[in-house]
Design a protein around this ligand. Structure first.
Ligand SMILES: C[S@@+](CC[C@H](N)C(=O)[O-])C[C@H]1O[C@@H](n2cnc3c(N)ncnc32)[C@H](O)[C@@H]1O
Length: 233
């Protein structure tokens, strides 16, 4: 039986097909804040099925995805087996704050997209930020996206419905929401909730870790209530 988010991501789930729609929305906007260059070395924390790698592998020098889900890493590896500049690493689900696998590398772009709501508490977020600081190259940028900073689940759902209507994705979104309600996702969410951290608390933790961070005004994901934090090194 699935009990935690870690269990959830190891199994086939309703997001497998739908994640890329939200990702396209993000891809259309992200380069306004992070301009890519062919010399960039990118780290994608919580890379899932490899949406970022699919979009950027031929725009940057190297791209490295790291995830607790072996299943997603296998899907992503098979898509990119002929791309020698794309790498995926299996984070231990029991020790996912341990970034030893990549700690000797330096990255100038770091993306964390729709991941930290599955962490357990703010102490883990602080550790994540310290790890990001450790692997960031001079002048790097890190974007931590789709952050839940308050408000209710209902508001989150309404904002997604509103945006998907404008994006002509309404039917697909409603189908996804119904499937989620009927699936193990609902039980896991009821049991574990999402990690929600107010914006001021994010900024406080960043200051504590010694990071220069600001929230971007424009929404970057379909869930318009969620915020996006840009860290500049
Ligand atoms: C909603 S998916 C997002 C995937 C990808 N970033 C995207 O937007 O297409 C969440 C991803 O975070 C991963 N994940 C969850 N908890 C994690 C953790 N503690 N460390 C690393 N990855 C994690 C899951 O396995 C899953 O691939």
């Amino acid at each position: 039986m699935m009990v935690t988010w870690l269990d959830f991501w190891q199994q086939e789930n309703e997001f497998d097909q739908s994640m890329s729609v939200n990702y396209d929305y993000f891809l259309d906007r992200v380069e306004k804040y992070i301009s890519l260059s062919p010399t960039d070395k990118v780290l994608d924390i919580g890379s899932g099925p490899g949406n970022l790698e699919d979009a950027w592998y031929n725009k940057v020098r190297e791209i490295h995805g790291i995830d607790i889900s072996k299943r997603y890493n296998e899907i992503a590896r098979s898509k990119h087996m002929h791309h020698p500049n794309v790498h995926f690493y299996d984070l231990s689900p029991d020790d996912y704050l341990n970034f030893n696998l990549i700690s000797d590398q330096r990255f100038n772009v770091i993306i964390v997209m729709s991941v930290v709501q599955y962490y357990r508490n703010t102490a883990e977020i602080e550790q994540l930020l310290k790890s990001i600081k450790q692997v960031a190259a001079p002048n790097a940028k890190a974007l931590i996206c789709d952050l839940m900073v308050g408000g209710s689940v209902l508001k989150d759902i309404w904002s997604m419905i509103g945006r998907s209507f404008k994006q002509r994705q309404l039917l697909a979104t409603i189908k996804l929401l119904v499937r989620l309600r009927l699936s193990s996702y609902y039980a896991v969410r009821q049991k574990n909730g999402f990690l929600t951290i107010p914006q001021q608390e994010w900024l406080r933790i960043c200051r504590q870790v010694g990071l220069n961070a600001n929230f971007i005004d424009e929404p970057l994901t379909m869930q318009q209530e969620r915020r996006n934090l840009l860290i500049q090194f």
